[in-house]
Design a protein around this ligand. Structure first.
Ligand code: NAD
Length: 338
C-alpha cells in the first residue's frame, strides 16, 4: 500500500484526497491546510484525514477553533511515498526544495509552469514519460480536456494542425471575489494563449494554437476546436473513436444535454461525489468532418477532470503499474468513471 500526502486541501486537493482514498493500492497519510476553515474541519471530522498545517505559526488558530492537527507539512511528507501538491500556483515552487530535502516524490498541478518539473503528465498521451520520475506536473483542466480528445483523434485522423477557442469559466463556484460578473474578457488578451504550448508538453510535435476568453459562469469551460487532418476519415469514425475512449463521453443536445448547466445536472443524476463530471463531454451534433477539417465542441468540468489523472500520475511515479491503460481502468473503476 503506497502512502500519499496531499499538500493544499482546496478545490483540487480535497478531490484528490477522496480519489486516493477510493483506490485499493494507495492511502491518504495526511492533508494540509493553512487556515482552520470548514474544509479543515470536515477533513478531520467527516473524512477522518490526519490534518497537518502549512504554516506552523498558526497552530494556536487551529487549537482555538477546536480542530485537531497531526503536525506540520514537513512532518506529513516524512510519512509519504509521494506528495500531491495542490497549493495555489506561486506556492508550489517554494515547496520543491522541501520535497527534495525530504527525498519525497511530488506531483504538481497545472497552475505551475512546466519548467518547474521539466515533465508534464496526461495518462492517455504520455504516461510513460513520468514512469519512475521524481517529479511531474498534471497539466491544467483545459489542457487535459484538449489532450484527451486530440490524442484520441490523432491516431485515426493524423492531425496536421489544431486551432481552438476556449471559453473559460470566470471562477470556481465557491469563489466570491473573482469575476467577471458582466463582461466577456479576452484572457489572456494575447494570442496565442498558454493552452496550446501546454498541450505540446504532453503531445510532442503537435501544431496547436489557442485563444481564450473568460465569461460570467462558474460551472464549466467550453472549447471550440478546429482540426486540419491528413487522413480521409468520416464523421462517424471520429464519433466512434470518442465513444470508445474512456474519460470522454459523447453527449447529445437533442437528449437534453445541450449546455454546461444541463451537463452539471447530469453529473448530479449520476450521483457522483461532489457532483463531479470527470469525463470530457463532446457534443455529438458538433462533430463534423468537412473536407480535410474536423470541427467539434466540448466542455470541461474544471474542478474534476484532472483528478483521475493525479491518481494515474501517482502510479507512474511510484512504478505501481507500467501499463497506462491498466492504471486508467483501475482508477476509473474505483471512481465510477465511464
Ligand atoms: P484552492 O485555492 O482551491 O486550494 C489551494 C489550497 O492550498 C487551499 O486550501 C489553501 O489553503 C492551501 N494553501 C495555500 N498556501 C499553502 C501553503 N503554503 N501550504 C499548504 N497549503 C497551502 O486552489 P485550487 O483551485 O485547488 O488549485 C490548486 C492547483 O490546481 C493550482 O495549481 C491550480 O492552477 C490547479 N488547478 C485548478 C483547477 C480549478 O479549476 N480549480 C483545475 C485544474 C488545476
Amino acid at each position: 500500500m503506497k502512502t500519499v500526502a496531499i499538500n493544499g486541501y482546496g478545490t483540487i486537493g480535497k478531490r484528490v484526497a477522496d480519489a486516493v482514498a477510493a483506490q485499493d493500492d494507495m492511502k491518504v497519510v495526511g492533508v494540509s491546510k493553512t487556515r482552520p476553515n470548514y474544509e479543515a474541519r470536515t477533513a478531520v471530522e467527516e473524512k477522518g484525514y490526519p490534518l497537518y498545517i502549512g504554516i506552523p505559526e498558526r497552530e494556536q488558530m487551529f487549537k482555538d477553533a477546536g480542530i485537531e492537527i497531526a503536525g506540520t507539512v514537513e512532518e506529513m511528507i516524512q510519512e509519504a511515498d509521494v506528495v500531491v501538491d495542490c497549493t495555489p500556483g506561486s506556492i508550489g515552487p517554494q515547496n520543491l526544495e522541501m520535497y527534495k530535502k525530504a527525498g519525497v516524490k511530488a506531483i504538481y498541478q497545472g497552475g505551475e509552469d512546466h519548467e518547474l518539473t521539466g515533465l508534464s503528465f496526461n495518462a492517455i498521451s504520455n504516461y510513460d514519460d513520468s514512469y519512475g520520475a521524481d517529479y511531474t506536473r498534471v497539466v491544467s483542466c483545459n489542457t487535459t480536456g484538449l489532450t484527451r480528445t486530440l490524442s484520441t483523434i490523432d491516431p485515426i485522423a493524423d492531425i496536421k494542425k489544431v486551432r481552438a477557442v476556449m471559453v473559460r469559466r470566470g471562477s470556481d463556484p465557491s469563489e466570491i471575489k473573482k469575476g467577471p460578473i458582466n463582461a466577456i474578457v479576452p484572457n489572456p488578451p494575447k494570442v496565442p494563449s498558454h493552452h496550446g504550448p501546454d498541450v505540446k508538453t504532453v503531445m510532442k510535435g503537435i501544431d496547436v494554437t489557442t485563444m481564450a476568453l473568460l465569461v460570467p459562469t462558474t460551472l464549466m469551460h467550453q472549447h471550440n476546436i478546429m482540426v486540419e487532418i491528413n487522413n480521409d476519415v468520416e464523421t462517424e469514425e471520429i464519433i466512434e473513436a470518442l465513444e470508445k475512449r474512456s474519460r470522454v463521453i459523447v453527449v447529445s443536445a437533442e437528449e437534453g444535454l445541450g449546455s454546461t448547466a444541463e451537463l452539471m445536472e447530469y453529473a448530479k443524476e449520476l450521483g457522483r461525489n461532489r457532483n463531479d463530471l470527470y469525463e470530457i463531454p463532446v457534443w455529438r451534433e458538433s462533430i463534423n468532418v468537412v473536407g480535410n477539417e474536423l470541427f467539434y465542441m466540448q466542455a470541461v468540468h474544471q474542478e474534476s477532470d484532472v483528478i483521475p489523472e493525479n491518481i494515474d500520475a501517482i502510479r507512474a511515479l511510484l512504478e505501481m503499474e507500467s501499463d497506462n491503460e491498466k492504471s486508467i481502468a483501475k482508477t476509473n473503476k474505483a471512481m465510477g468513471i465511464f
